[in-house]
Design a binder for this molecule. Structure first.
Ligand SMILES: [Zn+2]
Length: 213
């Protein structure tokens, strides 16, 4: 599978499209587009490459990762998949907007299909495996493509950093445990695509991440 990153303006959120070049199926991960220009960038990529969107997937339901959900759902008419432990966050989008001073008119996000640890989401003939990595939020998940060796880590693991744990439902000790037990046990050459910032690898983070020494 191939992965393409769209970096959007709200907190520098990375929205990813993962697609199978043969079947042209794709999923949108963490829709963070907030204006016409940002929406057009994704729409034209999908049209130009003849892709068919099959799902919206949220690594978690913080506002920067889900502010584009309503638009994407309407545009592509596909279900939203996320972990139900983040449902309370999805039902509080307006409070999240107020908390971060975002003036947008934000719609709440409801989960159509709940994801659990070990679930597999098909994309063409390949698949993304769901890894539950609570700590940044209770329902945070990472998405692993074992065939092509990459991981979409949401806000659990960043290059040389980890997600904040001071927001409601966050837990530092739980996040450290999630990363050590579930992400650092993946092959070292797995490429990690985080929710913010540039990519890294599992082996780099095991050796150099100062929060996980
Ligand atoms: Zn977050």
């Amino acid at each position: 599978m191939k992965i393409v990153k769209f970096e959007y303006s709200l907190f520098g959120i990375n929205t990813y499209i993962v697609f199978d070049p043969e079947s042209k199926e794709c999923v949108i991960i963490d829709p963070g587009m907030i204006n016409d220009e940002e929406r057009a960038a994704m729409q034209s990529f999908i049209a130009k490459n003849g892709l068919t969107v099959t799902n919206i997937i949220n690594t978690h339901l913080h506002i920067d990762h889900a502010i584009g959900n309503a638009w994407a759902k309407k545009m592509f008419d596909v279900p939203t998949k996320a972990n139900v432990e983040d449902s309370p966050l999805g039902e509080r989008m307006k409070q999240q907007a107020a908390m971060f001073g975002i003036p947008a008119n934000v719609a709440d996000v409801s989960i159509d299909i709940p994801l659990r640890e070990g679930d597999e989401i098909p994309v063409g003939k390949d698949k993304l495996k769901v890894i539950h990595v609570p700590g940044h939020s209770p329902g945070s998940i990472a998405l692993y493509d074992a065939t092509d060796g990459f991981l979409i880590s949401g806000d659990a693991l960043f290059a040389n950093s980890i997600g904040r744990t001071d927001l409601p439902g966050g837990s530092h000790s739980q996040l450290i445990k999630s990363i050590k037990d579930k992400l650092f046990t993946l092959p070292g050459d797995t490429v990690v695509y985080p929710g913010h910032g540039g990519p890294t690898t599992i082996s780099h983070e095991i050796r150099h991440n100062p929060f996980l020494r």
